[in-house]
Design a binder for this molecule. Structure first.
Ligand code: SAH
Length: 567
């Protein structure tokens, strides 16, 4: 549905039987997420425990809801939280076999249009019951993207007069109504007016503002939002017509411009510096009428324009951690970042793990060792205004891409790189995921080491191992062994054994959170390098780490919170 937040749309399913229908709908809306009842549905994007709580939370968050179940269940679940008409998301019930689409709530946020689209996708007619919608084929109070209704209450009265049979006169351009079966008359009392001019509400008028105005700002001025509002008022232009603020590129990272755009609820774009605000406005919207007002330039176009096509946006670069592999262990902020990404960079295995991706998302898979090159490539893309994601497994700050990305930025004197919106989003690191499966081996002080001597000398690794083992820290080994580094682990264990008893528990987690994961608990004496490969996490206990048998046959490993006083 154009203009709607399809990214966050939730398809809620109660049983495995409706998953096929959910998937068909997801093909039509690739950004929609399938929410499945935990224990009943396999293969959903999110699992939930309570249907009612989930539905209410989604509704309160304004997320469009497609529930694959009886309409009655949805009505009962939402009854307690039903909001004022006007501010609610679309809510629809769809029969689990896809044979019926019933729009329930959200007439003003486009539920009927969405119902028609879903009906089309499923090959059935939507059960539209809204009289205005049936009569006019559109909801007059919900103009298409690019247009904003001036006053909802006013509009409701207008539409009921229209439904009573009065004719209508259209002033200004309303291309979306060209095919609508409206009775028009030049001398009609009721007027549908489309224009940027600010006008007081009138009972006989349905006022719709095209989002066709851009304001070029001088970002050095204080209180930008207020100045823009005042300038628009002085020029007699409705604030609802404002689509875009245009600042100069050097101001890309200025919090004040971003705050102003947020406050005004408009898109923020940037154009090269070195010209006056009027010239900037004129260049951005060729042919628009430009009004200079109080150090700002207001450009009024003849029709709504796509603000995303004006100048350029601030690029974003997010370095994300996928967690060990399982979708449930990926943090929601990372999922949201993946959904908004235009470019995805990373080692091929991790990029594949982060999918599925949409056709419009560009994947740049590279070899695992080309970290700095990948980091620079990511900045080059983000500096063009793109939304870029660099993926790491586990946490991006633990032997992964975040440090490489920061190093690339630190080395660079390209101002465009420094203006990028850089975010590091954490993930569950392999040591933590492995520890959680084993119990709590990292319950007391521990030390994290990479045994790879690709990027540091082996002597440093040996020194650290020696000191950490001597300090009686639990040890977590990343990159314990590989084909190119066959002997290092054996040598590392020799160092550890100098300080630690052979009965010390060792946890070996392989492919944790991935298909075919294994978890083994052995003693330090039993541990052989052959038991370990590069997909294994090695956790070596301290003198206080213990193991006990769990009834299911597994063993729990933990390191107590306390430490015996030194004798
Ligand atoms: N950033 C990653 C670590 C990258 S180093 C993180 O935070 O987890 C790669 C090493 O991590 C591997 O050699 C292995 O020792 C460990 N590792 C990564 N994923 C793992 C998994 N799913 N199970 C066990 N060990 C894993």
């Amino acid at each position: 549905m154009a203009g709607m937040n399809t990214q966050a749309m939730a398809i809620v399913v109660l049983g495995q039987g409706s998953l096929a229908t959910a998937r068909r709908l997801q093909q039509r809306y690739p950004q929609a997420r399938i929410h499945g009842l935990s224990g009943r549905v396999e293969g959903a994007d999110h699992l939930y425990a309570s249907f009612g709580d989930t539905l209410r939370a989604l509704y309160r968050a304004g997320v469009p809801i497609i529930a694959l179940c009886a309409a009655g269940i949805v009505i009962r679940s939402l009854a307690a939280v039903l909001d004022e008409k006007g501010s609610e998301p679309p809510v629809l019930a769809v029969a689990e076999d896809g044979s019926a689409v019933v729009p329930l709530l959200g007439g003003l946020s486009g539920v009927n249009g969405l119902a028609r689209e879903l009906g089309e996708a499923l090959g059935v007619a939507a059960a539209i019951t809204t009289s205005g919608e049936l009569r006019f084929g559109t909801c007059l109070l919900n103009p298409p993207p690019g247009y904003a209704l001036a006053d909802l209450e006013q509009g409701k009265r207008f539409v009921s007069d229209l439904l009573a049979g009065e004719p209508l006169r259209i002033e200004g351009a309303a291309p979306w109504l060209a095919q609508a079966p409206l009775t028009q008359a030049d001398d009609a009392r009721l007027t549908l007016r489309v224009g940027c001019t600010a006008r007081p509400a009138s009972r006989d008028e349905l006022l719709i503002h095209p989002r066709s105005v851009l304001v070029a700002v001088d970002e050095t001025q204080p209180e930008l939002a207020r100045r823009v509002r005042e300038a628009l008022a002085a020029a007699n232009i409705a604030q609802a017509s404002l689509a875009c603020l245009l600042a100069s590129e050097p101001a890309m990272a200025e919090p004040a411009v971003h705050a102003a755009a947020r406050e005004l609820g408009v898109i923020l774009r940037f154009a090269p510096a070195g010209v006056s605000v009027s010239e900037r406005a004129q260049q951005a919207l060729a042919g628009a009428q430009v009004i200079e007002q109080d150090g700002l330039a207001i450009a009024v176009a003849a029709a709504p324009f796509d603000a995303q096509q004006i100048g350029r946006g601030r690029g974003r670069l997010a370095v994300i951690g996928l967690g060990p592999g399982a979708a449930e262990l990926m943090v929601p902020a990372v999922k949201a970042e993946l959904a908004r990404a235009e470019d995805v960079l990373g080692y091929e295995t991790y990029v594949r793990m982060a999918g599925p991706f949409r056709d419009d998302q560009v994947l740049h898979c590279t070899d695992n060792r080309e970290e700095m090159q990948r980091a620079r490539h990511a900045f080059a893309l983000a500096a063009q205004g793109r939304s870029v994601v660099v993926v790491s497994s586990g946490d991006p700050g633990v032997f992964a891409m975040a440090a490489a990305v920061l190093e690339a930025l630190h080395e660079s004197d390209d101002p465009a790189w420094h203006r990028v919106d850089l975010q590091i989003l954490p993930g569950v690191s392999a040591s933590l995921a492995t520890a959680a499966q084993a119990g709590a081996p990292l319950g007391h002080d521990f030390c994290v080491l990479s045994l790879s001597d690709n990027l540091k000398p082996w002597s440093i690794i040996e020194t650290r191992l020696d000191l950490a083992a001597q300090a009686d820290l639990v040890l977590a080994f990343y990159n314990p062994i590989s084909k190119a580094r066959p002997w290092q682990l054996g040598q590392a264990l020799d160092v550890v054994r100098r300080h630690r008893d052979g009965r010390t528990p060792v946890v070996l987690g392989r492919d944790i959170g991935r298909p075919g994961q294994t978890l083994k608990v052995v003693t330090l004496a039993e541990l052989l390098p052959e038991m370990v490969d590069m997909r294994t996490m090695v956790l070596v206990g301290s003198s206080t780490t213990c193991v006990f048998q769990h009834p299911g046959g597994v063993q729990w490993v933990y390191t107590p919170r306390w430490y015996p006083p030194h004798g």
